[in-house]
Design a protein around this ligand. Sequence first.
Ligand code: SAM
Ligand code: SF4
Ligand code: SF4
Length: 378
Amino acid sequence: MSERVIPLVDQRIAALAATVPAEPIAATGLLSDRLGRPLRDLRISVTDRCNFRCNYCMPKEVFDKDYPYLPHAALLSFEEITRVARLFAAHGVRKIRLTGGEPLLRKNLEILIEQLAALRTVDGAPLDLTLTTNGALLARKAKALKAAGLQRVTVSLDGLDDAVFRRMNDVDFPVAEVLHGIAAAREAGLGPIKVNMVVKRGTNDQEILPMARHFRGSGIVLRFIEYMDVGATNGWRMDEVLPSAEVVQRIHAQLPLVQLEPSAPGETAERWGYAGADGRHDPALGEIGVISSVTQAFCGDCNRARLSTEGRLYLCLFANQGHDLRALLRGGASDADIASAIAQIWQGRADRYSELRGNLAPDTGSGARRVEMSYIGG
Ligand code: SAM
Ligand code: SF4
Ligand code: SF4
């Protein structure tokens, strides 16, 4: 194994203060950043812990028993999360995704889901409320999640072959239990279900076709995600990225595909439908998605904000600093003040890392370090 140096500086120490602007900024449901992108989608990380150690996300040698996970008091409480989420909804957020770490590890998560399910968009509609999970605890929790008001789930699954899957999660977790979790989610009505597969060339790319065959015609949308250079601990290398175009080619050679229209603005996945005998998309066979976060930048529509486990607002998955909303929440700021602070932060946003990636120096760990995926969620 090649040797690499993993700096153990805790990047979370660095935070930007969230300040309240002198002139209040009212929530009108339409907030634009410096590139004209609205705020529509909020991802909330509810824990920085996980029961898996996927090597592209939380490599074992870094996330070991000595890793400085956040103490419970540092985490936003459910009341704090719901309060912030309400303010985001007033600014135009329509979709909330709970993530982590592994969100199902957060105790009593159903209570938070109940609170979030009661929120409304500026048009008075319920928010699109979803969750991304590794599926390990899903069989046990699917019914309670649905009862609490969760609408659907996305399950991460990097292969069907048990040996490959156990190697990917690096805690020897069997694939059968995740499949069981997906079945339980479907039975509980947590659909439409999506399954996300991160593809790492030379590690699990042989699983692309078996996964496509398995989910074709199942009503579950399988999405392939390019292995990304998030964080600073996964030892990312471009030659381990398998471009989405190649995923599509490999599947198309065996199971013909036709390209479909995007489902919504800001949608990160390119959609491909399985073709029937007449060469046209057959909805009964379903579709796949490919997310080309590395080979094809999609920052132009990026309408997504991320709230870390300890209440820092990140404007980009590749940001190296977040804006500390918790200090306002715990410092007695009013709703109007916090809403104004959020507005000011979003209005100042110009992040477009994926579009610039090729022109930037690699993250060597020497300067401000990028935040880990397990801390702000995917
Ligand atoms: N633990 C949950 C899970 O795995 O679904 C939620 C959090 S996880 C950070 C969210 C998503 O990020 C997962 O689908 C995971 O595969 C993806 N992810 C993590 N590291 C990644 C990387 N380096 N490149 C691409 N996707 C990554
Ligand atoms: Fe855990 Fe999800 Fe990261 Fe895997 S991808 S280590 S399951 S947080
Ligand atoms: Fe959005 Fe940043 Fe990803 Fe671009 S790189 S799509 S701005 S999260």
